[in-house]
Structures are given as structure tokens and as C-alpha cells.
Write a protein that binds this ligand. Structure first.
Ligand SMILES: Nc1nc2c(c(=O)[nH]1)N[C@H]1C(S)=C(S)[C@@H](COP(=O)(O)OP(=O)(O)OC[C@H]3O[C@@H](n4cnc5c(=O)[nH]c(N)nc54)[C@H](O)[C@@H]3O)O[C@H]1N2
Ligand SMILES: Nc1nc2c(c(=O)[nH]1)N[C@H]1C(S)=C(S)[C@@H](COP(=O)(O)OP(=O)(O)OC[C@H]3O[C@@H](n4cnc5c(=O)[nH]c(N)nc54)[C@H](O)[C@@H]3O)O[C@H]1N2
Ligand code: SF4
Ligand SMILES: [Mo]
Length: 738
């Protein structure tokens, strides 16, 4: 049987997959063989457990029909698409008329395809005139986006995966690449081992992660002391003269004030603040300073912070002062979390941006988009819309009349989950567009729209290294599921925008979108569904090609190879930041810093991976990691149950005592929402303070305390088995209602 080449729909590594039906395709029992696509340039045939098992969940517990209810305490009833779409259009019109367009919000996701994202931007930002489209990328990549824009003049990671095999020194900070971007790490690890000591691997993480275990140097810093660490490295680079004066002179701006800031970070002080030794700090600086090429990788340990943008810019500073960019094996590389968060950025999928890496605040940018969308001048609001957390605050204050959620599960993944749930409960009208049912957010929805997911719609995704892959449909859509972009377009037409939503196929939507990238850093005018289907994945920039000959001309895989940056004067900008410290530092009442993150097998809120036996067996239950000395003080052993409490909520977890975490720091995986475990929600504990520049929440650090659980408290607990039974019951109920 023929196989389909596509992209893994989980992480931003973006591995190529080949999917072949094993048995006769039949929506209920179908069976696919999934393997790595050897021809995919990013992954070269490799896959991790998530990609390999993806087919095991695509047919389970799907949301099949549109469902509605008037209030949250009623059961859902099945309705036709016409009925659901009319109700939505009617509601939007009413809210726009009575409260204004700013009362309409859409909260999307890096798991939408580019066509979905683009169509949603047109609907909200163009036709309705509100920039209230934000995505879960706000919780994920927005600090990296802000840092790139401020330091380089544009978003866009300047590096590529080949750099993993060309660098002399890899500096991994705030990233557990081995578990979260496994195939990127495989490529780096293989090369690092092959080079036997000639290539250095530095990992900065308060935990000794799977990633850190491979490092030549692991800096287990105190949480959120990254700026101090990096300014300390800069201090040594300057003192030793391990800098690139020519690059600084010709390609940058703002070095003098930066050098003045760095002057305040002598090694002894830095080592003390970070909780490492001077020798470790000097070793890191020496490897950075003495290596021909330095590649840094970062993700949530940097971005998810009230100083997220400052941290990412401080990392970029190191590259600028040492001229480590625009060359093979060199550059700052933010690893994108979700499979198409990159495509979302290209399509303008955050509340302050527009398609083609444009900014809402820029009048010329707005005008270019309005013209392309055939809308009157002034249609796009000059004010950035509400960012993810501000939407929760808007709901709390009764300022939101329509809350439309697509491809994300905020009732698990937002910070301060009790406050989030209370805000969701206040929503007068929530639409949830998801592929699965139930998810935790369904409990807060008035309308459920069944989404066709990966493999059931044809569309485009861009991975971390700017490689664009066409993902064709290979199976029938279950029930009445529809592609997200089709749903947005249909609502647009019902609101009177027939001309704006005339596209009939996703190929047409993509063709329209790429025109808006012409002449931009992310120029993709040379790409189309057809070309990507014929030629396979292609990296951008990829401007329009006139002839087939020029189509095959090799382009540069890196950005800024001429050391010119898309700022007004062509120079990259140094940033000057001192560390501000944690929003919620530990104190006698809440003496631990709780951090959190991901495990190798699970994906976020488990809507897919929780339904895959192999992965459930790998990670059967949520756990709390604690250092042996902390455990001793609390008289705890591995396997004991505790309640972790913060100022906002609590979670009950089993303790794992491990040397692999700093004293005073605790770790909880983020994957167990209310459907998958009893009272183990990580975000019950987190707070909602955000980075003032990127508006990204500080999910990675909250102050907590730990209380051993008594027999009495345990009585109320359900076992994991009972929890999964209750999930199955919920699913059966849902099916019965159909
Ligand atoms: N298996 C798996 N892979 C995934 C995902 C998944 O759900 N499961 N999700 C994808 C998505 S959307 C994303 S965003 C990425 C996230 O990928 P990562 O960012 O690698 O994942 P996290 O586990 O959230 O956090 C990374 C590390 O930050 C560390 N950290 C915490 N605080 C600090 C600090 O103050 N300083 C430093 N230097 N480090 C700190 C944590 O200990 C943790 O090891 O993963 C993607 N890949
Ligand atoms: N404490 C803590 N919280 C975090 C984080 C953390 O590190 N710590 N990380 C944050 C980050 S980086 C992220 S990215 C978020 C992730 O958080 P979420 O986005 O809430 O997590 P997912 O489980 O990936 O939810 C995606 C949903 O989209 C649905 N879906 C899949 N494909 C499609 C499709 O094609 N169309 C539609 N309509 N639906 C689809 C899935 O069924 C699933 O329910 O969590 C954030 N929250
Ligand atoms: S590394 Fe990421 S993209 Fe590759 S198979 Fe695993 S989850 Fe999928
Ligand atoms: Mo993410």
C-alpha cells in the first residue's frame, strides 16, 4: 500500500514521517505503520517514541459532531454544522454591536497549520478589526520572538540543524533537549561523541536532566540566575580579550553600555549568586571564548520567565560580542516547542504581529496587509490585542463576550489554574475547537466544534530550522470533523466577508499567504503545496523563482551571513540587563522553588499520548522530584505522598528522591491535568506574572512548601486506575450523547 510523506505533528524538531496503512483503512480500527522519512533533511529518518506511536491515538476518543449547550451545567446536545456556525456568527455580530470587536477573543495554538493560522488572522484582525488573536505560543516562544525582534530587527532563528554537526561548542541553556527535542539532541550527541573531547557540550539547568548527563560541563545554577551567569561569562570574555572587535565595530550597536553592565559581574560574585564554582564559570567562558564556533540552544528554562526576553537577549549578547553568528556552527538557536509555532509566527499568529513578520503597531505593515486582504484602510486596529493571560483577566472582568479556543487546552496549560478555571467559568460564550473529547477545557465550553487533525487535512508546517513541510491528508475525517481553516472561513462568510474567504482549498489559502511574505525576512513566495509535494521539504527564505533552473539554486541555510541585520541601520543591538530575580522568591513559609516541564514520552496535556498504552507505561503517574537532603529534613522517602502548596493552590504527588536536582528546587511534570490524575495539576501551583516585554508567564518558578500527606488525607484519593476508569466513563457518556 502506498505511504504518505508528512511531518510529525508533535514537537518543533519537525521530523519527516512516512505513514502507511497496514490494514484496510477503516476509521474505527485502522492501523498504520509509521517510520522516519530518510529523505527529510531535518531528521534524516530518525523519530522518537512520540512520532513512532502517533498513529495509536488518531482514531480514539474523537470529537465527532458539533455540540452546544446554553450553560455549563447542562449536557451538550448534538447540532448540525449549520446550526452551530449560525449560532457563532450571530453571537459574534451581537457582541461586536453591543461591546465592540475587542470583546471577541480567539486563543489558538502552535499545533494549527499555517493555513488555519492565516485564515484566523484574516477573520479576527482584518474582518472583525480586533487583534485579539493570541496563541499558546505566548506561553512558549514569545520571549524568543521579542528577543529576536529587539536584537536583530526581525523574528527568525538564524541557524539550522546542520550547525549541530559543525559547531565546536554547544551551549544548551534552559532546555532539556534530550527529552523535548530528541532528534535534535540525537544529532548533537552523535557528533559530540564522535569528536571525542574536541567538541564541548555545556548544559545550564538546575536539574541534571538527560541532556545534562551528556554534558562536558553541567552548570546546575540556582533557578533564574541565568542573566547573572551569562553576564559573568561576558565579563571573562572581555577581560581575556576573547571577543570579536571587528564584528562589534561593524555589525553591532550598543556595546559600550553593555560592557559597563558586564563590568559589575566579576567571577566570584557570579559564582556565588548562581550557586556554582568559579572554576566552572571560568571553564564555560574559556570554552565559549576559545572555540571557533559556538552554537547556543535554548527553550523554556529561558523563555518562561518574568525576565524571559532579557534572558534571551543576554544570550544573544554573548554571540554578538564574540561574532558567533552567520557562520557554520554558530548562532543563537531557540528551539521551537510545537510543530508549527514557527508557521504561526510567519502567519502573524500572536496579538501584536501580522502575517509576514509584520507588526500591528507599524502603519505601513497594517496597510500592506489591508491591501492584500482587500479591506478598507484602517480595518486593522493599531493596538495589539490581548495576550493569553490578559484574555483570562478579560474574562474575569466580564470584558470578553466570545472566547474561541482552537487546538489548545487552557484548563490545564495556563498558569494559576484555579484562577484560570474561574475566569473560564465566567465566560458567557466559549467555543472549543478540538480533535478529541473529552479534554479538560470542554468542561468550560458552550460550543464544541470537531476539528479534523493532522493526517485528515492538507496543510503546511514550519519547523525550528525554518524548513517547511507539506502534510497531506491520508485518512478520512471522522464523523463530521472539519479543518480549522474551513471553520474560520465559513464563519467569515456568514459574517458577510464572502470576498475575503473565497478560497476553496488549503493550497489556495497557502498561495495567498505566501504573497504576504514577499520581500520579508521569511520570504516564502517560492513555495506552494504543489512544489513542496513534488520536491519535498524546503527551508525559507525561499523567494519566488522565475525558472525551474533558479529553483534549484542553493540558498544559504543561515540568516545574516553578510552580518547585516534587518534593523533601521543594519546593525544588531546589544541589550543591557541586570538580573531582577524571581517574581516569587522562596521564603520561610514557601521555602522551595518549584520548577516544572516535560517528560520524554508525554505530550503536554495528554490528549493524544494519554491514550497510547506504550507511553502510559513509560510514565504511569505524576511525580515530585526532590533532593535527598531536602527529603531527609522532611523525613520523606521515595514513594511517600505529599501535598505541594503554593499561595494559589495545591497538588498531591508521590515523591522521587533524586540527586539530579538542586537542593531547594522541586520538579513536577506538566502533563497531568484533571482528567488524568487526581489533584496533581502542576499549574495549580504556578503564578501568572509575565515578562513585561514578551508578556510570557513565568511558568518555570513558583514558591511552594511541601506537607507530608496523612492517612486521613489519603482516604479521599483515587488510584490511577480509578482515574482512568472515570475518564473512560466520561468518554462513554460522551459517546452515548451522540
Ligand atoms: N516529550 C515532549 N517533548 C516536547 C513537548 C512535550 O510536551 N513533551 N512539548 C514541546 C514544547 S511546546 C516545548 S515549548 C518544548 C519545551 O522544551 P524544554 O524547554 O526543553 O522543556 P521543559 O521541560 O519545559 O524545560 C526545560 C528545562 O528548563 C529547566 N529550567 C527550569 N528553570 C530554569 C532556570 O531558571 N534556568 C535554566 N537554565 N533552566 C531552567 C528545567 O529544569 C527543564 O529541564 O518541548 C517540546 N517538546
Ligand atoms: N506549568 C507549565 N505550564 C505550561 C508549560 C510549562 O512548561 N509548564 N508550557 C507551556 C507551553 S510551552 C505550551 S506550548 C502549552 C501547551 O499546552 P496546550 O496547548 O494546552 O496543550 P496540548 O495538550 O498540546 O493541547 C493541544 C490541543 O489541541 C488539540 N488538537 C490537536 N490537533 C488539532 C488540530 O489540528 N485542530 C484542533 N482544533 N485541535 C487540535 C489536541 O487534541 C489538544 O487538546 O503549555 C504551556 N503550559
Ligand atoms: S523529535 Fe519531535 S518531531 Fe521528531 S518524532 Fe519526536 S516528537 Fe516528532
Ligand atoms: Mo511550547
Amino acid at each position: 500500500m502506498t505511504s504518505t510523506k508528512t511531518l510529525c505533528p508533535y514537537c518543533g524538531v519537525g521530523c519527516g514521517l512516512e505513514v502507511a496503512p497496514v490494514s484496510k483503512p477503516d476509521a474505527a480500527t485502522e492501523n498504520y505503520l509509521v517510520k522516519g522519512d530518510r529523505a527529510h533533511p531535518s531528521s534524516q529518518g530518525m523519530v522518537c517514541v512520540k512520532g513512532a506511536t502517533i498513529a495509536d491515538a488518531i482514531h480514539k476518543n474523537r470529537l465527532l459532531y458539533p455540540m452546544v449547550r446554553d450553560s455549563l451545567d447542562e449536557p451538550f446536545r448534538r447540532v448540525s454544522w449549520d446550526e452551530a456556525l449560525d449560532a457563532i456568527a450571530h453571537r459574534i455580530r451581537h457582541v461586536v454591536d453591543t461591546q465592540g470587536p475587542e470583546a471577541v477573543c480567539m486563543y489558538g495554538s502552535g499545533q494549527l497549520q499555517t493555513e488555519d493560522y492565516y485564515t484566523a488572522q484574516k477573520l479576527l484582525k482584518g474582518c472583525l478589526g480586533t487583534n485579539n488573536f493570541d496563541a499558546n505560543s505566548r506561553l512558549c516562544m514569545s520571549s524568543a520572538v521579542a528577543a529576536y525582534i529587539q536584537s536583530f530587527g526581525s523574528d527568525g532563528p538564524p541557524t539550522c540543524y546542520d550547525d549541530l554537526e559543525q559547531t565546536d561548542c554547544a551551549f544548551l541553556i534552559g532546555t532539556n533537549t534530550a527529552e523535548c527535542h530528541p532528534i535534535v539532541f540525537n544529532r548533537l550527541r552523535k557528533y559530540h561523541r564522535k569528536k571525542k573531547g574536541k567538541v564541548k557540550l555545556i548544559v545550564v539547568d538546575p536539574r541534571r536532566t538527560e541532556t545534562a548527563k551528556d554534558a562536558d560541563l553541567h552548570l546546575a545554577i540556582r533557578p533564574s540566575t541565568d542573566i547573572t551567569l551569562m553576564n559573568g561569562i561576558a565579563h571573562i570574555l572581555l577581560r581575556k580579550g576573547w571577543i570579536d572587535p571587528l564584528f562589534i565595530e561593524e555589525a553591532t550597536q550598543g556595546f559600550t553600555p553593555y560592557a559597563a553592565v558586564v563590568d559589575h559581574y566579576p567571577p566570584e560574585k557570579v559564582a556565588e549568586v548562581c550557586g556554582i564554582t568559579v572554576a566552572e564559570l571560568e571553564q564555560a567562558a574559556r570554552w565559549w571564548g576559545r572555540s571557533k564556533s559556538v552554537l547556543s540552544l535554548w527553550s523554556m528554562g529561558i523563555n518562561q520567565s518574568a525576565e524571559g526576553t532579557a534572558k534571551a537577549r543576554t544570550l544573544i549578547n554573548l554571540h554578538l560580542m564574540s561574532g558567533q553568528i552567520g557562520r557554520p556552527g554558530a548562532g543563537p538557536f531557540s528551539l521551537t516547542g510545537q510543530p508549527n509555532a514557527m508557521g504561526g509566527r510567519e502567519a502573524g499568529g500572536l496579538a501584536h504581529i501580522l502575517p509576514g513578520y509584520r507588526l500591528v503597531k507599524n502603519p505601513e505593515h497594517r496597510q500592506a496587509v489591508e491591501t492584500a486582504w482587500e479591506l478598507p484602510p484602517g480595518s486593522i486596529s493599531p493596538t495589539p490585542g490581548l495576550a493569553a493571560w490578559d484574555m483570562m483577566v478579560g474574562l474575569e472582568q466580564g470584558a470578553v463576550g466570545v472566547f474561541w479556543v482552537a487546538a489548545t487546552n487552557p484548563a490545564v496549560s495556563m498558569p494559576d489554574i484555579e484562577r484560570t478555571k474561574a475566569a473560564l467559568r465566567r465566560s458567557p460564550f466559549t467555543i472549543l475547537q478540538d480533535a478529541y473529547y473529552p479534554t479538560e477545557t470542554a468542561e468550560y465550553a458552550h460550543v464544541l466544534l470537531p476539528a479534523a487533525q493532522w493526517g485528515e487535512k492538507s496543510g503546511i508546517m514550519t519547523n525550528s530550522e525554518r524548513t517547511v513541510t507539506y502534510c497531506p491528508a491520508f485518512r478520512d475525517r471522522p464523523g463530521e470533523a472539519r479543518a480549522d481553516w474551513e471553520i474560520f472561513a465559513e464563519v467569515g462568510r456568514r459574517l458577510g466577508f464572502a470576498k475575503q474567504f473565497a478560497c476553496q482549498t488549503s493550497a489556495e489559502v497557502y498561495a495567498e499567504f505566501v504573497q504576504l511574505t514577499a520581500g520579508r525576512v521569511c520570504d516564502m513566495t517560492g513555495l506552494s503545496h504543489q512544489r513542496l509535494a513534488d520536491e519535498g521539504p524546503i527551508q525559507w527564505p525561499c523567494p519566488q523563482v522565475e525558472t525551474p533552473d533558479t529553483a534549484s539554486t542553493k540558498h544559504d541555510k543561515r540568516l545574516y551571513t553578510d552580518f547585516r541585520f534587518p534593523t533601521p541601520n543594519g546593525r544588531a543591538q546589544f541589550a543591557t540587563f541586570h538580573e531582577q530575580g524571581l517574581t516569587e522568591p522562596p521564603d520561610p513559609e514557601f521555602p522551595f522553588v518549584l520548577t516544572n516541564g516535560r517528560l520524554y514520552g508525554h505530550w503536554h496535556t495528554q490528549s493524544r499520548t494519554g491514550r497510547i498504552d506504550k507511553i502510559r507505561k513509560m510514565h504511569p503517574e505524576p511525580l515530585l522530584e526532590m533532593h535527598p537532603i531536602d527529603a531527609q529534613h522532611l523525613k520523606l522517602q521515595s514513594g511517600d505522598w505529599v501535598e505541594v502548596r503554593s499561595r494559589r493552590g495545591q497538588a498531591r504527588l508521590k515523591v522521587v528522591v533524586t540527586q539530579y536536582i538542586r537542593r531547594g528546587v522541586l520538579f513536577i511534570p506538566m502533563h497531568w491535568g484533571a482528567l488524568w490524575a487526581d489533584a496533581a495539576e502542576c499549574n495549580a501551583l504556578t503564578h501568572s506574572a509575565v515578562c513585561p516585554i514578551s508578556l510570557q508567564p513565568e511558568l518555570k518558578a513558583s514558591a511552594v512548601t511541601v506537607v507530608p500527606i496523612t492517612e486521613e488525607m489519603l482516604m479521599g484519593d483515587r488510584t490511577h486506575q480509578q482515574v482512568s476508569e472515570s475518564l473512560e466513563l466520561a468518554v462513554r457518556d460522551a459517546v452515548l450523547q451522540h
